[in-house]
Design a protein around this ligand. Structure first.
Ligand SMILES: [Zn+2]
Length: 276
């Protein structure tokens, strides 16, 4: 090989080497670049799936809020019904007690305040409903107590017949003797009931009365049940209106079996006719 050709080959080889070096450098760089891009793609992919998740969660939350809104509206409607019902109960209570009831017509409304988020306005509406329910609950409890007291009062005052029968002899003068009660002829062994709730203050024998039960009631009232055959209550016992306390007989000063029934106020006999 002549010298000139050799030089040419050397230059060619050198150029080839240079080209290979430069190419591999670019190849290496582009590989790095591709790796970076694929990493970025992975990250982007992840973010997209997270976004999708968030979207699903958002949709679920929106559904939940919608449901809560409906539920709140439903509660509101039910509260209005409870409010009108409690108003009706209050009016009925006033009628049955024959008096006005101290009453503050207070309802809690937070309506026109404007809330940015639906959940805020739902919270506000719910707490408004809760306060109104508490208010109505207190009101109904107070009405209940007043009705219970009125009922207790009513059943504590003697009323009605102590046994099924008719009055044969009334209250007042009978010739030279004052009759302090009413007589109800009964077959021996007829059940005798308390005409009001109260406490048993006496069970035993009294001159003329025979076996007698005395019940004490409210407001100074007492009731006497005389000429009994048997008593089934004891002194100190609480009795309810209508409860059987003993059985009729013919004990004491009698001409035939009957119940002698007295109503007394602070110990003084009054005409039981007013209380039958
Ligand atoms: Zn009598």
């Amino acid at each position: 090989m002549d010298k000139e050709k050799w030089e040419y080959v050397k230059v060619l080889i050198a150029s080839l080497v240079a080209v290979i070096v430069v190419l591999s450098f670019y190849l290496y760089k582009s590989r790095l670049h591709i790796e970076r891009i694929s990493y970025k793609l992975t990250v982007a992919h992840k973010q997209i799936s997270e976004l999708k998740n968030l979207e699903t969660i958002n949709r679920k939350q929106k559904l939940a809020i919608d449901r809560l809104t409906l539920k709140t509206e439903d509660l509101s409607k039910r509260l209005s019904r409870v409010e009108s019902l409690s108003e009706e109960v209050r009016i009925l209570t006033e009628k049955s007690l024959g008096k006005k009831i101290a009453y503050t017509n207070r309802t809690y409304a937070l309506a026109s305040r404007g809330y940015d988020l639906p959940s805020d306005s739902i919270d506000a509406r719910l707490s408004e409903i809760e306060q109104n329910i508490n208010f109505r609950e207190n009101e109904l409890n107070s009405l209940k107590v007043q009705l219970e007291n009125a009922y207790e009062e009513k059943i504590s005052i003697p009323h009605g017949m102590p046994a099924i029968g008719r009055v044969s002899s009334g209250f007042g003068w009978r010739g030279r003797e004052f009759h302090t009660g009413v007589d109800i002829p009964l077959r021996i062994g007829t059940p005798i009931s308390a005409t009001a709730s109260g406490y048993v203050s006496y069970v035993g024998w009294k001159y003329g009365y025979g076996l007698v039960i005395i019940l004490d009631h409210r407001y100074g009232f007492s009731t006497w049940y005389a000429h009994l055959a048997r008593a089934i209550v004891r002194v100190g016992e609480k009795v309810e209106k209508g409860q059987i306390i003993g059985y009729s007989g013919a004990t004491g000063n009698v001409t035939g079996p009957h119940l002698h029934y007295e109503v007394r106020i602070n110990g003084d006999p009054v005409d039981p006719k007013e209380y039958l």
